[in-house]
Design a protein around this ligand. Structure first.
Ligand code: SF4
Ligand code: SF4
Length: 170
């Protein structure tokens, strides 16, 4: 699903979408956005992937473009640097807005397969990224302790928020 390049149809707008988003306290300032674009101008991910446009996502939320926003792969691109909220003149916590959108998207079956696979990896090993043999050897050479994750603790945490039940988007 594209964020741009397709006409917006009134029939696809859901006026309740922004209200749903702001019920999550962390995202409550999104309705104050006046589309100035400061967030986009300072976003390091936008610089690399112009398709990822915080200003546009904020506008789409406020317009009620529920399906396009939640099914978009771009809401998962954020590097969590917080520059957008540092710079926003309206005090919109855009990083929080994205987290709310990602949670909603995951519940509605739009989680990217890579995210679901990573959750499984953490459940299995307690480590976010698969360990490569070269890292193990390098650590041994530096006399560092072997990498060992807390799989049991990680699984408990993942299960407590229901992330183990999330299905990847088809
Ligand atoms: S900087 Fe703030 S007000 Fe400006 S477009 Fe981004 S979220 Fe909206
Ligand atoms: S927190 Fe995300 S959206 Fe905000 S500036 Fe950083 S990468 Fe961009």
């Amino acid at each position: 699903m594209k964020l741009r390049g397709e006409p917006v149809r009134a029939s696809e707008l859901d006026p309740g979408f922004k209200l749903e988003v702001i019920t999550h306290g962390a995202a409550r300032d999104i309705t104050a956005c006046f589309s100035c674009g400061t967030c986009t101008a300072g976003c390091p991910i936008h610089e690399i992937f112009p398709e990822f446009d915080p200003r546009k996502i904020a506008r789409m939320v406020n317009l009620g473009m529920r399906k396009r926003v939640l099914s978009s792969p771009y809401i998962w691109y954020c590097a969590t640097c917080h520059a957008c909220e540092e710079n926003c003149p309206q005090n919109v916590k855009f990083f929080n807005v994205l987290n709310v959108l990602k949670n909603m998207a995951a519940k509605e079956g739009y989680a990217p397969p890579v995210w679901v696979n990573q959750t499984k990896q953490v459940t299995r090993t307690g480590i976010v990224f698969p360990t490569e043999e070269s890292w193990v050897r390098k650590r041994e050479g530096l006399s560092l302790r072997p990498l060992k994750g807390d799989a049991k603790g990680a699984t408990k945490l993942i299960q407590s928020v229901g992330a183990d039940r999330i299905k990847p988007r088809a």
